[in-house]
Ligand binder design. Structure first.
Ligand SMILES: NC(=O)c1ccc[n+]([C@@H]2O[C@H](COP(=O)([O-])OP(=O)(O)OC[C@H]3O[C@@H](n4cnc5c(N)ncnc54)[C@H](O)[C@@H]3O)[C@@H](O)[C@H]2O)c1
Length: 327
């Protein structure tokens, strides 16, 4: 996926529209990858902060050993554009990072569609609004999509690509190839659903966390601690399906058989009725086993442990987590 298009970064011109947290975050990603980038921020007072913030974030990466060159060199690839037109006039990819407002994004995409050369992908960082909501009326709607990052994008490589029904598949491919080439980890969200995948997963956990606190089952700190010192540490190396596979001899199918009924009861307590049917479990197992064949289960369990050891060593060496651990 997303490897079909060869991307020459020297030929890319990125336009970032909106210089808040995410706009500056994307500027770090593209500047760090060696790509010429223009950033447009309409708020004059905010504009004066952008350059300093960019340098600061790049310097932090450099101090952490995560930048291959002087921060100033990466920062120099990002120029502040005076106008929207100047930012997008020669763009090969536009990354919109303006506030999460439907009216604002509708108007902004209308302008972007008019000002940006034809066929250039117009990607929105939107967390919840979908391209069908803000781009469906545009003449160039086939080049509009959502490219939703985590925060900060220069440390969380995930980016969710969410095309509308009208988005050209080739545009999605090209945007995905660009993100992959600058070190991101693009995933395709196949349908426009609220929250995409990232926030739906995050929401499932957060909804339950609120319920547990409301019902007096655990304190706020203890809920955070269960994630910080348990679930989250494992998730730093492997995802939830991989966890189910590697936690149980017999893999994810044995896991579903053993724990499926208990998870179904927990869901029913919250009014959710989405059983893991045998067909669904078999489909998940089938996809998962293409990457983690059952005959290599022991090897993957060892890898998981090695990965957790490496992460634990990094935590200890950093000295950053002592206060959290002591809390
Ligand atoms: N903050 C997050 O955790 C996060 C994560 C993923 C995605 N997002 C999404 O990214 C987008 C930007 O979020 P943010 O947190 O950077 O917001 P922010 O408020 O920090 O920054 C938005 C910037 O856009 C500027 N702006 C306002 N009107 C504009 C316009 N018409 N054209 C261009 N720029 C304009 C603002 O002056 C501001 O500097 C939103 O859609 C948000 O939902 C945010």
């Amino acid at each position: 996926m997303f490897q079909k298009h060869k991307v020459r970064l020297s030929e890319q011109r990125i336009a970032i529209v909106g210089g808040g947290s995410i706009g500056v975050g994307w500027a770090v990603v593209f500047g760090r990858a060696g790509v010429e980038t223009a950033l447009y921020e309409p708020d004059v007072s905010r504009r004066t902060e952008v350059a300093a913030e960019l340098e600061q974030r790049l310097s932090r990466l450099s101090a952490g050993g995560l930048l291959d060159e002087a921060p100033a060199l990466a920062a120099a690839r990002v120029r502040l554009a005076e106008t929207l037109e100047e930012a997008v006039g020669d763009a090969t990819h536009v990354q919109e990072c303006a506030p999460e407002s439907l009216e604002l994004k509708r108007e902004l995409f209308r302008e972007l569609d008019a000002l940006t050369p034809a066929r250039v992908p117009l990607a929105s960082a939107s967390s919840a609004l979908v391209a069908s909501a803000f781009a469906s009326e545009l003449p160039g709607r086939e080049r509009c999509l959502v490219a939703h990052p985590g925060n900060p994008p220069y440390l969380l490589p995930i980016v969710e690509l969410v095309p509308a029904r009208f988005t050209d598949a080739e545009v999605v491919e090209r945007a995905g190839a660009l993100f992959a080439t600058v070190g991101m980890s693009p995933v395709l969200v196949r349908r426009e659903v609220e929250g995409f995948v990232f926030n739906r997963l995050q929401g499932a956990l957060l909804r339950e966390a609120y319920c547990l606190v409301r019902d007096g089952v655990a304190s706020v700190d203890d809920v955070d601690r269960v994630v910080r010192d348990g679930l989250g540490r494992r998730w730093a190396a492997i995802g939830p399906f991989e966890t189910a596979e590697l936690n149980t001899r017999g893999g994810i199918e044995a896991h579903a058989e053993m724990l499926g009924p208990a998870y179904a009861r927990m869901g029913a307590e919250r009014g959710q009725n989405d059983p893991w049917t045998p067909e669904l479990v078999a489909r998940v197992a089938g996809e998962l086993h293409e990457r983690l064949p059952p005959e290599r289960w022991e090897e993957h369990v060892s890898w998981r442990d090695e990965a957790l050891i490496a992460l634990e060593r990094a935590r200890r060496e950093s000295g950053l987590f002592e206060s959290t651990a002591a809390a």
